[in-house]
Design a protein around this ligand. Structure first.
Ligand SMILES: [Zn+2]
Length: 412
């Protein structure tokens, strides 16, 4: 009998060892990712800048809402603004018969009030500026498509300040040529020139801009990363994966790289993961954000909410619900999760870069508990752990470890 038990135990141990070896790279990455001591909430909003002029009103309302809340250290919630620095000069392009691309930059007089509302929010510390791109497309691909696709031609002639959100989604990727699908890569010298130009314009427009970039539609490659790093960008916001292309149907191709918070790129950029969502006009509600905040915080991770300008511009009828939902979200977080810190993405990256122990936990037991919580969020790994009973064992172990973030349960 004793022999049988010993044999079963041995078989189980071998299974566990095989499993751990199989997942060793993932486990090492989960362990290496720094552990935040406090919940951190950042609202990351993209697509602001060149485009419709009613963004001014949207930004002013957002600033008014955000400035009404503070964390326990007196910091307002930060909404990052991923800025697009130029769009098509539709009048000029129409004048040349749609034969040549012409750019209308965010530095032009027509955008003075928009630049002012962005700068005012930065002064109030409710906005933080991030680079989204010179354009929200690759201009040669846009012009090539205009010659064959009616929808793109219409986009260029219908509106003086068109919204890139209304372009076919594959054309909204900047760092590929998606005029013909499947998309093709850009030449290295095209990438180098475009990146150095956009980074220079970005800093010339906004003295207080953070050296943070968010790739449009999250499609980019190693060459683009290299160019950003060379031009002084420090931080790259990602969805936790790197996507590099578009397939024959225009869909984003499978990830080529898994990415973790605080990880360094080959070129020295700090990666940040943004994979929670708050797009009220698509039905996202504050309750979903609260669940995300709990899950991320118990894994020692920040909660970065992706949102876009389209929720907050347009008619009152279209935007009222989005502003209301944002108010609800901030009120709920402030009331039920008072430990939550509101910082910018650039500041979060600094915490990781400096290994700042004011913000990061370094206790062994806390890190083990966090690792277990991170394992739970890995679907394939946790399923295998369940099958072997390892999940149960780890859950019991976690119960005896100090709680990393007692506050994440909230008061609700
Ligand atoms: Zn975008």
């Amino acid at each position: 009998m004793g022999g049988l038990i010993a044999l079963l135990l041995l078989v189980w141990l071998i299974a566990v060892v095989v499993l751990v070896l199989h997942y060793r790279n993932l486990l090492a990455s989960l362990w290496a990712e720094p552990v935040l001591r406090r919940p951190v909430l950042i609202i990351e909003s993209d697509d602001w800048g060149a485009g419709p002029l009613d963004q001014v009103e949207g930004l002013q309302r957002l600033a008014a809402i955000l400035s009404g809340y503070s964390d326990r250290d007196g910091r307002h919630p930060v909404m990052t603004l991923g800025l697009v620095l130029a769009s098509a000069d539709t009048k000029a392009i129409q004048a040349n018969g749609l034969t040549q691309y012409q750019r209308l930059g965010l530095g032009e007089e027509c955008y003075a009030a928009l630049r002012q509302s962005i700068a005012a929010g930065v002064e109030q510390k409710v906005f933080a500026i991030q680079l989204h791109g010179m354009e929200h497309y690759w201009p040669p691909a846009l012009m090539q498509s205009a010659s064959s696709e009616d929808a793109v031609r219409q986009w260029l002639i219908a509106d003086e300040f068109p919204q890139t959100e209304q372009l076919p989604s594959h054309l909204q990727s900047r760092w590929i040529n998606a005029a013909v699908l499947p998309a093709t890569s850009l030449a290295a010298d095209q990438i180098t020139a475009a990146v150095s130009e956009e980074v220079a314009v970005y800093h010339s427009l906004f003295a207080k801009a953070d050296s943070v970039v968010v790739p449009p539609t999250f499609v980019w490659n190693q060459l683009v990363e290299q160019a950003w790093a060379k031009n002084g960008i420090d931080v790259l916001v990602t969805p936790g994966q790197r996507y590099e292309g578009r397939d024959a149907a225009g869909r984003i191709t499978p990830s080529t790289k898994r990415i973790f918070n605080g990880q360094r790129s080959e070129d020295g950029l700090i990666y940040i993961v943004r994979d929670d969502y708050f797009e009220p006009s698509l039905g996202h509600r504050s309750e979903g954000v609260v669940s995300a905040l709990k899950a991320k915080s118990s894994a020692g991770r920040p909660t970065l909410l992706e949102t876009h300008r389209f929720n907050f511009i347009g008619t009152e009828q279209k935007t009222a619900a989005a502003f209301h939902e944002l108010e609800k979200l901030l009120a709920r977080v402030s009331r039920d999760f008072p430990e939550t810190a509101f910082i910018s993405t650039a500041e979060l990256a600094r915490v990781y870069r400096d290994n700042d122990l004011v913000w990061l936990a370094d206790g062994f037991a806390v890190r083990v508990q966090t690792l277990i919580n991170r394992c739970r969020a890995e679907y394939g790994l946790w399923r295998s752990f369940k099958l072997t009973g390892l999940a149960l064992l780890l859950t019991v172990v976690a119960m005896f470890l100090p709680i990393a973030q007692d506050n994440i349960r909230g008061r609700a």
